[in-house]
Design a protein around this ligand. Sequence first.
Ligand code: FNR
Length: 388
Amino acid sequence: MSEEQPVIFAGHQNLIYLGGLSDNFPRLPIDVQALHAEFERVQTAGPRAYVDGGAGTEATMRANREALDRRHLVPRMLRDVSVRTLTREILGTRWPAPLALAPVGVQSIVHPDGELAVARASAATGVPMIASTAASYPLEDIAAACGATPHWFQLYWPKDRELARSLLSRAEKAGYGAIVVTLDTWLLAWRPRDLQHAYLPFLRGTGLANYFSDPVFRGALARPPEEDRMAAVGHFLGLFSDPSVTWRDLAFLREATSLPILLKGIQHPDDARRAGAAGMQGIVVSNHGGRQVDGAIGSLDALERIVDAEPGIEVLFDSGIRSAGDLAKALAVGARAALVGRPYMWALGVGGETGVTELLRNWLAELDLTLALSGYAHVDELGRDSLA
Ligand code: FNR
C-alpha cells in the first residue's frame, strides 16, 4: 500500500464549506432524495417514468433497497486512518475508487448532451463509465469524451452476428477496456409506468445512435436512417436481441473480441460459476435495478450467495445503491466494485455535466469519510466482519 498516493476525496467537503464563506452554495441537491425530487420536478412525464420505473409491482426495486437497509456497518475505533486510499485494480486497470457508472441507455431523454455529458463527468472525476449499446451518441464520440479515464462498452447482443462483430470491433478500436454483455434484457419487461404513458423512446429513434452509425446495420437498409427513420427503427426492433441464446453461444463472443468480457444480470451462484467456466473474466450481479423481473431476489442478497460460491472471477455489483454507505455495504459483502444507475441520471437531468461531476465528487468524498470513520484506511480492509 505504500506506493499509493493518499486520497484527497474528503477534501471536497472542505471546499464546500469554504465556498459558503463567499456565498457559494452547492448547485446540486446533496441529499439523494432531494435530488430525486428535483429530477421529478424538472422532467416531463415520459422520461421521468422511464428512468424511475421498474417491472410489475416494483417489488424487486423494494427488495433491492430492503437488502441494503437490512445490513449495517459496524464502525471500528483507534486504527490510524490518517493516510487513506480507495483505489482498486479491476481487470488490470487501476480505478480511483471501486465505483463506476452503470450502463444506462437513451440518456438524451433527460438532457440533450446525454452520454457525452456523463463521459465528461467521468473524465473529470476518474470514475469509469460503462457506455450502453442503446446510447444517444455513437460509442466513438463517447469514448473520446471519456479521455484517459477507463471506459467499458455494454453490449446488447443482437440477433445479427455480423452486427455484433461490428459493434465489438468498433468498441475495441475506440479504446474501450472491456465488454459488459447484458443477459437480463432479451425481452422488455412489463413496465406499468412506461405502459401507462405508452412511452418507449426507441420507437422514436432515440437511443439508436450506435445502430444508425454502424456500417453493417446501415448496409442492411434500403435507405439510410436519415431518409427513412421508421424503416430503420423497424429493422432495429427485428434484430435487437435473440432470446434463443444459451451458454454455448458465449463461445461466439469469446472468439469475436480479445477484450475481457463480463456478464451482467447474474443472480444465481450456478450462473456465476458457469460464467467463469465459459471463459468470462467477470460478472455484474444485477437485476437491472428491478426493471426486468418483478418479485426477484434483492440484488445484495444475490451477491452474498454468489460471493460465497467463490466463482473465481471478478464480481461487480449493482441495483439499489443510493449512497456511499450503500456502496460500502456492497464492497463489504464482497463486490470488487459497484455501479450506480438512476442517481446519476437524476444528476444529469437536473444539472447536466456539472451535475454528474458534482454527484460523483460528493459520493467519493462521502465514501472516503464513511470508510475512515468506520476505521478503514484502505478499501480492501472492508469485509463481512464490517457488517451486522
Ligand atoms: C438501465 N440499465 C441498463 N443496463 C444495461 O445493461 N443497458 C442499458 O442500456 C440500460 N439502460 C437503463 C436505463 C435506465 C433508465 C435505467 C434506470 C437502467 C440498468 C443499469 O445498468 C443498472 O443495472 C441499474 O440502473 C442499477 O440499479 P439502480 O442503481 O438504478 O438502482
